[in-house]
Ligand binder design. Structure first.
Ligand SMILES: [Fe+2]
Length: 140
C-alpha cells in the first residue's frame, strides 16, 4: 500500500468532521459558521490537490481517463471546486458575522449542495479508487 493512502484516508475523516459541524442542526454558536466553512473549503482544496498528485496520478496508468471511476472523481473535484469557489466568494469578507451563512442566499443554496457532493464523492473514492490504490506497491 502506498504511504499517501493513509494520509488521504485521514483527510476524509477530517473533511467529514468539518462537514458535520455545518449540518443545519449542528451549527455551533462558539465559532462563526463562516469560519468553519472556510476551513472546510481551504482543506478541501489542499486535499483535492494531494489526491490529484498521488491517487489520480498513480491510478491513471491502469484506469481509463475518459470514463470510469477516475474520470468521475475528476469531474466531482471540478464540481466541488465550482461550488466551493462560489461559497468562498460569498463568505470572503464577512467572517466576523456569526449569522452570515444563514443570511446569505448563496450559502443557503450552495452549502447543502457542497455537503451532498462531498459525501457522495468521499464514499465513491473509498469504494472504488482507494481499494485499487491499496493493491499498488508501496513505492507508487
Ligand atoms: Fe477526491
Amino acid at each position: 500500500m502506498p504511504p499517501w493512502l493513509h494520509e488521504l484516508t485521514m483527510d476524509h475523516a477530517r473533511l467529514r468532521a468539518l462537514a458535520s459541524r455545518l449540518q443545519p442542526h449542528r451549527v455551533e454558536t462558539d465559532q462563526p459558521p463562516g469560519a468553519i466553512l472556510l476551513e472546510l473549503l481551504l482543506f478541501l482544496d489542499q486535499h483535492s490537490q494531494r489526491e490529484e498528485e498521488t491517487l489520480f496520478r498513480a491510478l491513471s496508468p491502469i484506469l481509463p481517463t475518459g470514463r470510469g471511476p477516475l474520470a468521475v472523481a475528476r469531474a466531482e473535484h471540478a464540481a466541488l471546486d465550482a461550488v466551493g469557489g462560489r461559497l468562498r466568494l460569498a463568505i470572503g469578507v464577512r467572517l466576523d458575522h456569526p449569522e452570515y451563512p444563514v443570511a446569505s442566499r448563496t450559502v443557503r443554496h450552495d452549502l447543502p449542495r457542497l455537503l451532498w457532493l462531498l459525501e457522495r464523492h468521499l464514499c465513491a473514492e473509498e469504494t472504488s479508487l482507494f481499494p485499487l490504490a491499496e493493491r499498488l506497491p508501496a513505492g507508487s
